[in-house]
Design a protein around this ligand. Sequence first.
Ligand code: PBG
Length: 328
Amino acid sequence: MSFPLERPRRLRQTAALRSLVRETRLHPEQLVAPLFVTLGEGRRKPIGSMPGHAQLSVDLAVAEAQALTALGIRSFLLFGLPDQKDDEGSGAWDPAGPVPTALRALRAALPQSVLMADVCVDEYTAHGHCGVLHTRRDGTVEVDNDATVERLARIGVVYAQAGADIVAPSDMMDGRVGAVRRALDAAGHDETVVMAYAVKYASAFYGPFREAADCAPKFGDRAGYQMDPANTREALREVRLDVEEGADIVMVKPALAYLDVIRAVKDAVNIPVAAYNVSGEYAMLHAAAQNGWIDLHRAVRETLLSIRRAGADIIVTYHARDLAEAMA
Ligand code: PBG
């Protein structure tokens, strides 16, 4: 008898054997590609901190989605950049705004795709916070939960009407999933899916997004509504509430510093789990690759595999094109 008895390397001998026994697979259909849309035509403004991404006018966003579709990516998550902002973020529920306009154009151009719209006001408020502000008795200013929830419900209905298959509240107000669900149902949109940003941490990794969507808060931070990175039990509480309120899909965001949270959520629910591989996570890999320090395509694969292994069924990622190219 030869030694050792157990020889795991036996299954690693050829590429075909390795692929036969592979435990986790990546497919472009599991990915959601975010798009930043503006009104107008022929407008393309590159995002410096996110090489390969740009703010796109609706016509160019449609062209981008068509190119991604040709690579096997079928799902898109829209963020809007309005021409004007105000204190309430009223541009978010304007049916003529960038997101509803893009939804109608994408629905017509790509009827088979899954169209998602981020439901939040931060890209539309002059102050950059994810809600309507009010002053507390002690004089400090904070986001007013219930007044914000009312607006979010209105936004969800406008996006559903414009053709969104999925609306995704990303604000972290209490009770917003239930409010959005009830408003959708009351407006006859019981078919519209709600994907809740159930667990969203107050993260440094959103930096490049705030350039992309021009939504950095003008004062303070988001710690009064987004979660403390130290907390897992609280994450499960947020997930429980969103499931009870009718979420169809729950999301964890960011992904990489929270792989343990993705696993905990996956074990706690029986609905699909999404993870948001955020802008800072994208920027880090591209910055290192641009310096010649890592191989971009291998690093992207490995990163997305880690998120899938942790338990994500769906990954929202700016690397959608990178992965599709790596697999081609
Ligand atoms: C809020 C929202 C943010 C992101 C998605 N939705 C920004 C924030 O909370 O500051 C971040 C996404 C990313 O970093 O890729 N509407």
